[in-house]
Design a protein around this ligand. Structure first.
Ligand SMILES: Cc1ncc(COP(=O)(O)O)c(C=O)c1O
Length: 412
């Protein structure tokens, strides 16, 4: 495995050469990442030249349509799913809302769904509201100390009426990476579907969704270096059983059925820039681009990012866990978690810590991050919640040092 060339990586993000951001370290990536230049260029081009209803006969209409097709095809390739299994909605929150209505028709009154309380509300509220639609909602609870989701607890919740298990690939406050493939196998053995919120995990490398086995896998492209959209993959045969949520005449059309909002065409086109970026990363680090299938390239880039992130995470976690004036949220083992690190300061106020970090040009945030249920499940007061610092593969060791330097002053 080559070493990630950070100079190359950072040359792909306009933010890193933007004078007004000079010296600032972005540690709120779990809220939203910087976009890569391929996305910015595509969006600029589409808004400047091709902001027109796509799929007509003029060259520009054709180009606008082609841009969208590119996004579906190439992201499907990187996610290792079919082109008709990729769906773009306005956000993950909007996508789960629509999915809940699309799935309800498949189930009988009294059928059961299992929803974890480790989730961001986007993968919680829409499902829990199904309790008022005749569905029995069961909660798969986190361990109150560790925030961990235990598979033994899950087994205890499953019955012959279980139709769905919803949980995060990683929570945006706990950040432990859940074993999706194992949970999907448990769901399938019970005749249920597996719905995974990948919003907090996908920014660390797009997953091979086929290998994970999730029937529905969701993430938000504004956190995977792209435009503000929610991407969901839905297995082809499952979509066919869902109730159409689009105009009646769109029933049966995969691109329309579960995306009634019809998000901005240009942003969908710009999402192809995420694939361009992954292509550029691959071509820069390996010399067999043309002979390597896209899904394989995706897996290798995923691992390339992971090695770099884990190294930096080990340094940060080592420093944080040595302190006795904070309570860490989630596992301290960098191998088991995403680099989204939340903690409760025991001696200093959240606002003062953020102010000191700001003085050190470190951007972070505190609060509940809409992870209300996991924080409640761990008895962490929502106000002021946790301080959270999160980073991505484009983060440097120097930035981790800058963060640690700021935290040192803030906490001492
Ligand atoms: C883990 C997780 N799931 C879901 C969401 C919601 O995504 P969206 O803003 O696209 O609705 C977020 C947003 O922060 C998140 O962190």
């Amino acid at each position: 495995m080559p070493e990630l060339d950070l100079n190359f990586v950072r040359s792909q993000f306009p933010a890193f050469s933007e004078p007004s951001l000079d010296g600032w370290c972005h540690f709120e990536n779990a809220g939203g990442s910087y976009p890569c230049k391929q996305v910015v260029e595509r969006l600029n081009n589409l808004y400047t030249r091709a902001k027109i209803q796509p799929y007509g006969i003029s060259p520009i209409q054709i180009e606008a349509g082609q841009a969208m097709d590119d996004a579906y095809e190439r992201l499907a390739g990187y996610l290792n799913v079919g082109v008709d299994e990729v769906h773009f909605g306005p956000s993950t929150s909007a996508n789960t809302y629509v999915l809940a209505h699309a799935l309800r028709g498949m189930w009988e009154d009294g059928d059961e769904i299992i929803v974890s309380n480790q989730d961001h509300e986007a993968n919680a509220g829409a499902w829990r509201r199904m309790a008022s639609m005749g569905i029995v909602v069961k909660e798969w609870r986190v361990h109150p100390e560790t925030g961990h989701l235990d598979l033994n607890d899950l087994h205890g919740l499953i019955t012959d009426k279980t139709r769905m298990i919803a949980f995060p690939h990683a929570s945006n406050v706990v950040a432990e990476t859940n074993p999706v493939a194992e949970i999907a196998a448990i769901a399938h053995a019970a005749g249920a579907i597996c719905v995974t919120d990948g919003v907090a995990q996908a920014p660390h490398g797009l997953p091979d969704v086929q290998a994970l086995g999730a029937d529905i896998y969701m993430f938000s492209t504004y956190k995977t270096w792209g435009p503000h959209l929610g991407l969901m993959t839905v297995k082809r045969d499952l979509l066919k059983k869902m109730t159409n949520q689009s105009h009646y005449f769109n029933d049966g059309k995969p691109r329309n059925m579960i995306t009634p909002a019809g998000p901005d065409h240009a942003q969908i086109g710009a999402a192809a820039g995420i694939a361009d970026y992954l292509d550029a990363i691959y071509a820069h680090h390996w010399d067999d681009f043309d002979s390597t299938p896209i899904a394989e390239r995706g897996r290798k880039v995923h691992d390339l990012f992971a090695v770099h992130e884990k190294k930096l995470l080990a340094k940060l976690m080592g420093w944080l866990t040595a302190r006795d004036d904070i309570k860490m949220v989630g596992t301290a083992d960098p191998e088991l978690r995403a680099p989204t690190v939340s903690f409760v300061p025991l001696k200093k106020k959240h606002a003062d810590i953020l102010a000191t970090l700001n003085d050190h040009k470190v951007m972070a945030k505190s609060g509940d991050f809409y992870g209300v249920r996991p924080l409640q499940g761990m008895n962490i007061p929502l106000d002021p919640g946790v301080v959270r610092v999160s980073f991505l593969h484009y983060t440097t060791e120097g930035e981790i040092d800058q963060l640690i330097g700021g935290l040192q002053v803030a906490l001492d």
